[in-house]
Ligand binder design. Sequence first.
Ligand code: ZN
Ligand code: FE
Ligand code: FE
Ligand code: ZN
Length: 269
Amino acid sequence: MSEPEAILPPDYHTHTHLCKHAEGEPADYFREALARGIPEIAATDHCPTPDDFDLPHRMELNDFGTYRGWVEDVQRSENGERQLLGVEADFYPGAERFLSEWLPTHPFDIVLGSVHYVDSWSFPKSSFEGASGIAEIWAKYFHVIGKLADSGLYDVVAHLDLPKRSGDRLPSDQTRECVLPALDRIAHAGMAIELNTSGVRHPAGEFYPSQEILSWASERAIPITFGSDSHQPSHVGSGFAEALEWARGAGYEQAVKFRNRQKTFYPLP
Ligand code: ZN
Ligand code: FE
Ligand code: FE
Ligand code: ZN
């Protein structure tokens, strides 16, 4: 029997309850993906760290075996070739030493790179006290994104314009000044960026990144993936039909799939 042609892209950003702020296990997300016509799904829970970096929001290092076991159970089940093993790993001082040694010891298909904290600012929250302005945060954040790209440790930059999470925006000319150098470094590194639909559930009220930033990425031929950033199984693939339109509107005609951290292009469905 031949497979029906996919009408939605793979969902390469999902979490589990091991990170202490999400629900469900990979099997639950996988079931939702199959039911919603999502052709592939990656488990990308918040990566453990050997230090005490952001421990309340990620799995313990000791839990990683459980996580990998869950994913491998799904991979052995019916349609299991549609399940990928991934992580969402923060880039922070100290991450490089650990990740460069630890990532190669597991059979990852995809590694998302994220910046959730810059100095004392955290993007899950909305308070930027101590900053002289939104511009200062955006400039520092995208400088760190550039370093993330230079590190060569990650496959995809997650939620690229996360500082807008709280709804704050910069004027277009200032956005360009912050973002373009980071995009150039992402392109140079051969990395992809993610069209992350979770922003519509945040005060930002739109996908990450903005369509303007996405069009700058398209001009640089930076590949894209799609991610719901689901923290509960019912969010798998949410907003994906609209996200496809966003991608097309920004000039994209194709996106990438990952296996064993290698990318292959596919035409947008
Ligand atoms: Zn999370
Ligand atoms: Fe994240
Ligand atoms: Fe996430
Ligand atoms: Zn995320």
